[in-house]
Design a protein around this ligand. Sequence first.
Ligand code: IPD
Ligand code: CA
Ligand code: CA
Length: 271
Amino acid sequence: MNTDYLTVASEIAREAGALLREYLEKGVAVEYKAKFDVVTAADRASEKLVVDRLRNRFPRHTILGEEGFGVDNGSEYIWHIDPLDGTTNFSHGYPIFAVSIGLEKNGESVVGVVYDPTREEFFAAEAGSGAYLNNRRMRVSKVEKLEDGLFATGFPPANRTSNRNVHNFYQFSVLTHGTRRAGSAALDICSVAAGRLEGFWELGLKSWDVSGGVTILKEAGGKVSDMQGGKFLSGGPHLTVSNGLVHEQMLEIFQLVAEGRPPAPVPPAVG
Ligand code: IPD
Ligand code: CA
Ligand code: CA
């Protein structure tokens, strides 16, 4: 039965990704949900497509979509849809964005698919069956030390000036091979799953940003928690994913930063 969910989700994600590619070629007008929080006609068209297809196949399921086209049927099955993860990139023609679809049953992973239509990379997993990139099995990296790793984070558009994550960003930038901020949380998580990054973290993500990616990450052998090492809840306030080997080292940096004892000295802005 689960295989059916994966097949359907995969077909829909590919269709939505093709639609995004068409919008990218045509160009889209930028609209604002709030200051700095952009949305486009492509976000809405992609979500309508995904929701219509899912409702058609699974009329009793609940669908939670970022753009509000979902339906709450009070089901134990919830589809978490980000029809365009990386809208800011997309709206500038910067080609790092994806469609993300995650299915959870009573909060537990069932399937996850994340499709990057510009690279034609398709990340997919079903709980208990491993994770695949373009049908090839993928695994997290074997890097053991934080200082040998490459990391990523992100910054949500809301409450920009009260987000303290810039301090973590700096610490990881100087204590590791580097910190990337590519602009698509779903692809960042899949990059950890594919062994391209050792870890990713962010505060303030929503369930649609992470549900698909986290299922893929777990099936690739990765570890997920909140930023204090607690159980990760889809849509929880903060998330840490890693190859497992550097997880505790990541949490230690967050802890030291939160205590005001950052391990690397921070230079003064002036002088
Ligand atoms: C955003 C991206 C970005 C992350 C933001 C998200 P959106 O999603 O995932 O990488 O840093 O927190 O809101 O708005 O492009 O779907
Ligand atoms: Ca998103
Ligand atoms: Ca989005």
